[in-house]
Design a protein around this ligand. Structure first.
Ligand code: GLV
Length: 327
């Protein structure tokens, strides 16, 4: 611990060919890959750390910041920063870096893949073929739902919600959305209609969640929300698991309040292998892979390191989740 390079705590290793020489100016201590947050390898160095490079499932609470008097930046390799106490960072004038934009199209692609897989029952159909249950061309076999002429309700029309809307409009779906603020330009672009959440829940054939996880959106899709949905509705969540009440979702799927769900995110995450949701064939679960392409993940890592370096140098982060610290 004797060199003069700024100390960076990195919660998970990143492939060498993504990082190259980008971290050469720092003394980097890496945590245990299989442990999340500031684990025992990292926590003892907090008092000297100038930067933290973390992932979306690493909790960074206010108490950690209090133990890090030299901390100049927290940089997360993610767009969502709900794992970090951003308000506490702002109070302490610590910039929080994130990676918006680069994963928009990839996450929208994954959302549509999940939606199509669920509405056309691909996992069941594929498993039935593999298991010898494909006996003949069955007129009533493996029936799914049409996307053409359907109503898609998007909750949260930010970058990803808009990219999903563009894709689904081209499948012939009518787009409605609910958003905190009015979005007249996007309304025009998508030929979409902004509606109250209640109307969206009652009238959508597909409900896609793309809001950030905040106090307002936590548990937004709860038992009352499921009771408003059509019994033929399909819920897709590629945002954050805790926007949905998992117990209510399990009941809604089991008891046929809704038709099916596709989840790239869950609460808790990871969802334990014995969770009842895995037993339901109207629920498709993927392990938070919205941004998981070779290209996107490498760019995310590079942006995260760019943010980290800027913060340590004391210059404005290229992508800052709490830009108010600069005003
Ligand atoms: C993915 O969920 C992200 O926030 O980057």
């Amino acid at each position: 611990m004797t060199n003069n390079k700024p100390l960076v705590l990195m919660t998970h290793e990143l492939p060498e060919d993504w990082v190259g020489e980008l971290l050469d100016d720092y003394q980097v201590i890496t945590g245990f890959n299989e442990k999340r947050g500031l684990d025992s390898r990292l926590i003892k160095h907090l008092d000297k750390a100038e930067g933290i490079l973390c992932l979306l499932d690493d909790p960074i609470p206010a108490e950690a910041l209090e133990r890090a008097p030299d901390l100049k930046v927290i940089s997360s390799m993610a767009v969502g920063v709900d794992n970090i106490d951003v308000a506490a960072c702002t109070r302490l004038s610590i910039p929080v870096g994130h990676t918006p934009g680069v994963l928009t199209e990839g996450t929208a692609d994954l959302t549509v893949a999940l939606l199509l897989a669920v509405c056309r029952r691909l996992p069941t159909a594929s498993e039935d073929a593999r298991q010898g249950r494909w006996k003949n061309w069955d007129p009533t076999g493996w029936l799914g739902m049409d996307l053409n002429n359907s109503t898609v309700g998007i909750v949260g029309l930010g970058k990803i919600g808009t990219a999903v809307g563009e894709r689904l409009a081209s499948f012939g779906a009518r787009i409605i959305f609910n958003n905190r603020s009015p979005q007249p330009e996007k309304e025009k672009k998508l030929n979409a209609t902004q509606v109250e959440l209640d109307e969206l829940l009652r009238t959508s054939d597909f409900i896609c969640l793309h809001a950030p996880l905040t106090e307002e959106t936590a548990n937004l899709i709860n038992e009352q929300a499921f009771q408003k949905m059509k019994s033929s509705a399909i819920l897709i969540n590629a945002a954050r698991g805790a926007i949905v009440d998992t117990q209510a979702l399990t009941r809604a799927l089991k008891e046929g309040w809704i038709w099916a769900a596709g989840l790239d995110v869950t609460d808790p995450e990871p969802l334990p292998p014995n969770h009842p949701l895995y037993k339901l064939d109207n629920c498709l679960i993927t392990p938070h892979i919205g941004s998981a392409t070779f290209q996107i993940r490498q760019i995310m890592a590079n942006i995260a390191i760019e943010n980290l370096s800027a913060g340590i140098k004391g210059i404005r982060l290229p992508y800052c989740a709490n830009p108010e610290i600069y005003t």
